[in-house]
Design a protein around this ligand. Structure first.
Ligand code: WTA
Length: 635
């Protein structure tokens, strides 16, 4: 039996039991046998969820890039580490070997050092899906600087908030980016963000599109000449296992995004171990995760997990529908992809297109299909399974979060029998629990509750940057001695979990987490708006779409409604990004409120979903009459 590579259901049960009976011995063996450490730990695990404080492998020293790069040079130096597939299907793919990647990361380290970056500094990375993105991430890790990647679809305001929250002094960006047929002006977004960030003294600009950009003297430099001149070696900084590796922002129930802090040692061990098992990765495989590195899925399963295993990982710059809806399947054929990992929203969008886009291509290289980011509905699951996997490649529905660092509940392909819409069993070492509203754990099966995790795992976030109290309040106060996920789940008679969705004010639209509060804040900035409430409602491609109920100030009443809608969505795009735009807007006379003045979103959710038969008791509302007015306005 190998604890590192699970091959049968019986083995899964045995290893799982071991991992929960004696977690310290279990993780110690994994850490010891499969990674390079400069110094071993003093303790495998110390934890106290009441503080909350969690330390894995404390006292150990390492650099994650020695595990992702250096240790592969001898045996895999000429193997492709990153396979870059450009936006333009006619352009040649780039095969970056482990040796090349090591060299480019070292050069980038020297460039960053020369531009003032040292251990512990925060570095903001705002880049499209080009190799420089992965290279900069790894270079930060090698220097011991903390990277904060901001998805290059966020607006300048959202970027500025994130730069300031963790006080970055340097930003790495590009002139522009290709997204299908569009070219985006990344540099000018950075320029306007930096008007709010006076502390940023350096901006390094990668050349991608060649478009004209403004370069601010003394602050902005082109990256390429610096890379060419830089020395091609750089000794890795020796980090403590518990030192922060990166910050990644995720939406919360309040306006301010939460900068989740991940650490070096535990994150490395857990992402590598989950990658190996959940994708049943073998040496000759070509792994493709279609996420953007701006999200946790890209951090863990494009960069760190695959590279720690010496894998070939694909980075795709483009979008699934350019030049046509066959692009994903064309790439799978072209690079003989073995594991394909994508989001339900992409599957649903492509399933709407003609099957000819799929059947044109040879997809027989595939062995595993993954899904992540939101619940996958039954129809999408079957389409994926039948048309992409041809019933031969297990679909792994992987549940996890930015906060968890790695996959938490998922089938192991060829090991766990799959059931559509179920993420199935907890992964090794993960101890989930369902809680009732009174805060008690529900032990029986065939039941539903709030999903918590009872015991620490190596890759859990250690804090929220600059606000440990918020970390405690968000995740560790709802239930005693447990991490609360914010999700609801159902557990069936064999113990399989199905994630039913968020139970807080976060709405997942096309796989992106959006907090309602920041969107409402953006809307309320419009001078004609008095008040707003955002709810999600089911959408057949996006999973959920946003419905805005808005009341206007008196002078707004006379304005043209279509123009107002456009202006409101424009505000949202400026403050957050186009992903947060409202699908539907209804101008109403009033919002249903409790006697204490809280907006009753439950009622608005029902109205938005056209489920007005079962509104529940509305008699306790402060203003029950508005409910009928709203219903009338929708019809
Ligand atoms: C949701 C993405 C159902 C869930 C890795 C979670 C899922 C949030 C699944 C985290 C899944 C993610 N089935 N729901 N397989 N995977 N979610 O932080 O609500 O971007 O809390 O991390 O996405 O989103 P995040």
């Amino acid at each position: 039996m190998s604890n590192y590579s699970i091959k049968s259901l019986e083995e899964y049960f045995q290893v799982y039991r071991k991992s929960v009976r004696d977690p310290e011995t279990f993780w110690e063996e994994i850490a010891e046998e499969h990674f390079d450490w400069r110094r071993k730990w003093d303790n495998v695990l110390q934890w106290d969820f009441s503080k909350p404080q969690v330390k894995w492998f404390d006292g150990a020293q390492l650099n994650i890039t020695e595990n992702c790069l250096d240790r592969h040079l001898q045996i895999r130096g000429h193997k492709t580490a990153i396979l870059f597939e450009p936006n333009d299907p006619q352009a040649e793919a780039e095969h970056i070997t482990y040796r090349d990647l090591h060299e480019r990361v070292c050069r980038m380290c020297n460039v960053l050092k020369e531009n003032g970056v040292s251990r512990g500094d925060r570095v903001c990375i705002y880049l499209p899906m080009i190799p420089e993105l992965a290279i900069t991430v790894l270079a930060c890790a090698r220097i011991g600087a903390i990277h904060s990647v901001v998805f290059a679809g966020f607006s300048s305001n959202a970027l500025a908030t994130r730069i300031n929250d963790c006080d970055c002094k340097i930003v790495i960006t590009s002139d522009g980016s290709y997204r299908g047929a569009k070219i985006l002006d990344l540099k000018s977004i950075v320029d306007s963000a930096l008007e709010e960030c006076p502390q940023v003294s350096h901006v390094l600009v990668a050349k991608r599109t060649g478009q004209k950009v403004q370069m601010k003297a003394g602050r902005d430099k082109w990256l390429e000449p610096l890379m060419e001149q830089a020395y091609a070696d750089f000794p890795a900084e020796i980090m403590n296992a518990e030192d922060p590796l990166f910050i990644l922002y995720t939406s919360g129930s309040t306006g301010k995004p939460k900068g989740m802090v991940h650490s070096c040692g535990g994150y490395m061990v857990y992402t590598a171990y989950t990658f190996k098992n959940i994708f049943q990765y073998r040496e000759e495989d070509i792994f493709w995760c279609t996420a953007d590195i701006g999200w946790i899925t890209g951090h863990s399963y494009i960069v760190y997990g695959p590279l720690a295993n010496g894998a070939t990982t694909v980075m795709f710059e483009g979008i699934p529908t350019y030049p046509d809806s066959g692009r994903f399947w064309e790439i799978i054929q072209k690079h003989k992809i073995t594991q394909f990992y994508t989001a339900p929203t992409a599957i649903r969008a492509l399933a709407k297109e003609s099957l000819d886009f799929v059947t044109k291509y040879d997809l027989t290289s595939l062995k595993v299909l993954g899904s992540v980011g939101e619940p996958i509905n039954e129809e999408a699951w079957h389409w994926y399974n039948n048309n992409i996997g041809k019933g031969q490649s297990p679909v792994v529905d992987t549940w996890w979060q930015t906060e968890t660092g790695g996959i938490m509940i998922s089938p192991i392909p060829y090991v766990t029998p799959t059931t559509p819409t179920f993420a199935t069993f907890p992964f090794i070492g993960i101890q989930p629990a369902l809680m009732d509203d009174a805060g008690n754990e529900i032990y029986e099966n065939q039941t539903q509750g709030k999903l918590c995790i009872k015991f620490p795992w190596p890759s859990m976030a250690r804090s929220i940057w600059g606000d440990h109290e918020r970390y405690k309040n968000t995740y560790f106060t709802a239930f005693d001695n447990c991490y609360f996920t914010g999700d609801g789940a159902f557990r069936d008679e064999v113990g399989y979990y199905r994630i039913t969705g968020r139970v807080d004010d976060v709405i997942i639209v096309s796989g992106h987490n959006l907090g309602t509060a920041p969107i409402e804040d953006a809307i309320n900035e419009h001078p004609a708006v008095a008040e707003s409430a955002i709810v999600g409602y089911p959408h057949d491609v996006k999973g959920n779409a946003l419905y805005g109920f808005i009341t206007l100030k008196e002078f707004g009443e006379t304005r043209d409604r279509d123009n107002l809608m456009k202006e409101i969505n424009q505000k949202i795009a400026e403050q957050i990004g186009p992903i947060a735009k409202l699908e539907k807007i209804l101008f109403v006379d009033g919002l249903p409120k409790t006697r204490s003045g809280k907006i009753m979103r439950r009622i608005l959710r029902k109205i938005a979903s056209n489920d007005t038969e079962n509104l529940g008791d509305i008699s306790t509302l402060l203003n029950p009459e508005v409910v009928q007015n709203i219903i009338d306005a929708t019809s």
